[in-house]
Structure formats: structure tokens, C-alpha cells
Design a protein around this ligand. Structure first.
Ligand code: PFF
Length: 468
């Protein structure tokens, strides 16, 4: 095969690829979503399944995505078409790319809404609103914000404009710069919060919740209504844990594939991937260790849903010395983490519009930003005017439904197809050539991608629909 080049440019080094992919992976998923779904799904056992999924499903599929992207060097839709042709497979494989573009739209629409909350909190913390506040005061600020659709629309709009602006500037100028210093700074601040969590007196309770598995909770979902707990059988927590492994590593929708397409040839895919997955997991676990002690120390409910970090962390910032400063910085960095993820959600679609419709990056980003913005309104209303039961389907709000559909169904399905393509349809020589790694490592990847990852995804799906 003759070596392809990408018309969109290339990362300047392996380090920049690692930073950009880590920027994509580390985001609201780690700091906002991981703690709240862990809280909703009972803690330890859920975390264990999630970690297992990262290891046996996430890492092999991430390697496959980067490898396919680097070989195809185009938007995921065109990469899949080109590689399918090259390997003598059906052109229907481009559907993987299409479903990824759709998943990206869906995720970005609500991602931007939540990132808008983080933006709003920058100003609330900086203005000293939480100084000395108790749990009830912090909760009042949260419901005040989420109950006001106009305000939410303003923040959502601002975040969407920020994301479009970076994507419009392109691979080198736009995407690289944002991540170099901000990710390490966020990491440091999480440790500051961890320090506070240790001083709350409930640190051990937090750790137990996160790391002591109670496997009964994986198959029963419990809800406490007016002090009485009721539990029902459900296969869903295992699916949510697997879906989150995909979500947090940005897998199954072409985001990592498109970043792989800008990766220089001759750099190790395996080493970069393992490093990115480790960093991502570490951020999530540290966030969890910081948040749950605050939850328990203040008598809050771990399963209180998407508002969890917004109702817990401000208590810490309100109480710790220098909290106003650290808190402001924390939410600024959270916005940056969300920003560097959001741009990767749009990039597959933008790359395709540039390649196939001849749009400039600026126009392509504008088209995509506006469409997703409109969809985001549905998620905004889920927290206020559409929060009532009459607006729910299967007991879920519009926001919950979108998140469930994209993260727990579309991403794992996309990942499954990517695994099957890379493991079964692609000729061994092709992947050997692209990876250029030690024979035993290649052998391990091949076993995982052909058997372990696809089987795991299928079993979890069957489990969720009640067949296992
Ligand atoms: N990985 C991001 C996070 O954890 O916040 C979210 C995400 C980005 C999901 C890009 C999917 C994606 F393609």
C-alpha cells in the first residue's frame, strides 16, 4: 500500500497526539459523569466492572481505532470506506463512520449544556457565592441555575461558540494549543480537592463506597423514596459501566480514529494508547475519591444524579482556605477539559464535510455547531419545563434518553463493529504493518480484538436485555 497523507494536516509529534487524545478522553465524563453514575449504580462493583471494561474492551478497541485512522488518514466515514475497499470488504462499513457522526451530534448536544453549567459555576464561585455555604445553600444555587432555561441557553450558546471557534481553526493551530498546559493543571487541582476530602472525616467511607464491591448491586437498582429503599432487578448497571468505558475513552464514534488519522507514522500506537487510558482512569478515580467523602460527610445522597459534583464540590470550596481561588480555577479547568473533548466530538463530521462537500473548516464547524445547539435545547428543558413525568419515556428525561442511547448503545455498537473489522476483516499483514510492534504484544492484541472484546460487548448487551 502506498502511504496516505491527510489533507487536514498532522500532529507535530507523538507527544502532541498523546496530549490531544488525552484532551479528548479526559473531560466531563471523568469528573461529572463517572461520580454520578457510580453513585446511581451502587459504587464498588460498578467501578470494578468499569475498570475491567477499560482493560479488556477499551484499550484493544482504542488501539484498533488509532490504527484504522492512521492507515486511512481521512474522516472516519471515508477511512472506513477506503479500508473496506482495500481489504475487499463491503462498502457498508462506512456505516460505522455515519453512526459515529450521529453519536457525536447527540453527545455534544447535551455535553455542551453541562459544560455550560461548569461555565456558570466559574462566576458563581469567583463571586464568593459559596463561601461558608452549607449543603442546602449549595443545592439552592444549583436548582436556581438549572431551573432557569434562559440562563442555561445562554451558557450552552457560549460553550458551543467556544467549541466551534477552536475546530474552525484546524488541527495544528486550534486543537494542539488548548491542551498542553491545562490538563496537568487540572490534575494538580484534583489533588488539592483530594486533600480536602481527606480532612472531612468521611474519607474512608468514600473509599469503601468506591472500592468495596457489593455484587448484588450490579443486578438490582435501588431507589430510596421517602426513607424507604426499594430495589428491582436490572441488567442495566453492567451496560452503563461498559458504555461509560467507551464514553470516557472517546471510543466507538470515530473521535479517536480521526485523531489517529493525524498521527505521524512510525510512532508506537500501543504505548500511546495504554498511557492515555491510564491517565484517563486515574483522573476519574481521583475525582471519585475527592467527591464521595464530601457526599458522606454532608449527609448527601450518592445517587442524586447529574447535579452531584455541582452540589458537593462547592461545599468543599466554601469551607477550605483559599477555596474561592481554587474553586474558580477548578471550574475554569473543568471547562477546558470539556472544551478539549467537545472539539473531538465535532471533528469527525467536520473532516467529512471538508473532504466531501468542499466546505471550509469555518463553515463546516458553523453548520455542525448550529444543528447540535438546537438539539441541546431538549436537554436544557429536561431540567426544568420538561422535567415532569408526563415528559418522560421509560422513566427517563430527554437528556437521560439521549445519554443512554449514545453512550450505552451507539458507542458500544460502534466499538463492536470496529473490533470485528480490525480483527476479522482486515488482513493480518495490514494490521501487523500499521502497528509495527513486538510479536507477542501484537498476538495479545489480536486475541483481545478478535475474541475477548467483541464477546464482552455482546454478553453485556444480552445481559442488559435480560438474556443472561
Ligand atoms: N471522553 C469524553 C469525556 O470523558 O468527557 C467525552 C467524549 C468525547 C465521548 C469524545 C466521546 C467522544 F467521541
Amino acid at each position: 500500500m502506498t502511504e496516505r497523507t491527510s489533507i487536514h494536516g498532522q500532529w507535530s509529534s507523538r507527544l502532541v497526539f498523546i496530549l490531544a487524545a488525552t484532551g479528548s478522553a479526559v473531560g466531563l465524563g471523568n469528573i461529572w459523569k463517572f461520580p454520578y453514575i457510580t453513585g446511581e449504580n451502587g459504587g464498588g462493583a460498578f467501578v470494578l466492572v468499569y475498570l475491567l471494561c477499560i482493560a479488556v474492551v477499551g484499550i484493544p478497541i482504542m488501539m484498533a481505532e488509532v490504527m484504522l485512522g492512521r492507515r486511512g488518514r481521512q474522516s472516519p466515514i471515508n477511512t472506513m470506506t477506503a479500508l473496506a475497499k482495500e481489504e475487499g470488504a463491503s462498502s457498508a462499513w462506512s456505516l460505522v463512520g455515519w453512526s459515529g457522526v450521529l453519536a457525536g451530534f447527540i453527545i455534544l448536544s447535551y455535553y455542551s449544556v453541562i459544560a455550560g453549567w461548569a461555565l456558570a459555576y466559574v462566576f458563581r464561585v469567583a463571586g464568593g457565592l459559596f463561601n461558608g455555604a452549607d449543603a442546602a445553600g449549595v443545592q439552592a444555587v444549583f436548582t436556581g441555575l438549572t431551573g432557569d432555561p434562559e440562563r442555561l441557553i445562554a451558557w450552552h450558546t457560549l460553550f458551543m461558540l467556544m467549541s466551534m471557534a477552536v475546530v474552525a481553526r484546524g488541527v495544528r493551530a486550534g486543537l494542539e494549543k488548548a491542551v498542553t498546559y491545562l490538563m496537568p493543571a487540572l490534575f494538580v487541582l484534583l489533588f488539592v480537592l483530594l486533600g480536602y476530602a481527606m480532612s472531612t472525616g468521611a474519607f474512608i467511607d468514600g473509599l469503601k463506597f468506591l472500592f468495596q464491591p457489593d455484587f448484588g448491586k450490579l443486578f438490582y437498582v435501588c431507589e430510596t423514596v421517602a426513607g424507604t429503599e426499594s430495589c428491582e432487578l436490572s441488567g442495566s448497571p453492567v451496560l452503563v459501566a461498559m458504555g461509560h468505558a467507551f464514553f470516557t475513552l472517546s471510543l466507538g464514534m470515530g473521535a479517536i480514529m480521526v485523531y489517529g488519522s493525524y498521527m505521524p507514522k512510525g510512532t508506537s500506537i500501543a504505548r500511546s494508547t495504554v498511557l492515555i487510558a491510564l491517565l484517563d482512569t486515574l483522573v476519574a478515580l481521583v475525582a471519585g475519591m475527592a467527591i464521595f467523602p464530601i457526599v458522606f460527610a454532608n449527609g448527601l445522597e450518592p445517587g442524586s444524579g447529574p447535579g452531584l459534583i455541582f452540589q458537593t464540590l462547592p461545599i468543599a470550596f466554601g469551607a477550605m482556605p483559599g477555596g474561592q481561588f481554587f474553586g474558580t480555577l477548578f471550574f475554569v479547568l473543568l471547562v477546558f477539559a470539556a472544551w478539549s473533548s467537545a472539539i473531538s466530538l465535532i471533528e469527525p463530521a467536520v473532516a467529512w464535510l471538508v473532504e466531501n462537500r468542499g466546505l471550509t473548516r469555518v463553515r463546516a464547524s458553523a453548520v455542525i455547531g448550529m444543528t447540535t445547539w438546537v438539539l441541546g435545547l431538549g436537554s436544557i428543558f429536561s431540567f426544568n419545563i420538561w422535567s415532569g413525568d408526563e415528559y418522560k419515556l421509560f422513566g427517563k428525561t430527554f437528556f437521560d434518553l439521549l445519554d443512554y442511547l449514545a453512550a450505552n448503545i451507539m458507542l458500544p455498537l460502534g466499538g463492536l463493529l470496529i473490533a470485528l473489522f480490525a480483527g476479522w476483516l482486515m488482513k493480518r499483514e495490514s494490521s501487523v504493518d500499521e502497528f509495527a510492534m513486538h510479536a507477542w504484544r501484537y498476538g495479545l492484541w489480536r486475541v483481545l480484538i478478535r475474541y475477548v472484546s467483541p464477546l464482552a460487548v455482546v454478553v453485556v448487551f444480552l445481559n442488559a436485555v435480560g438474556i443472561f
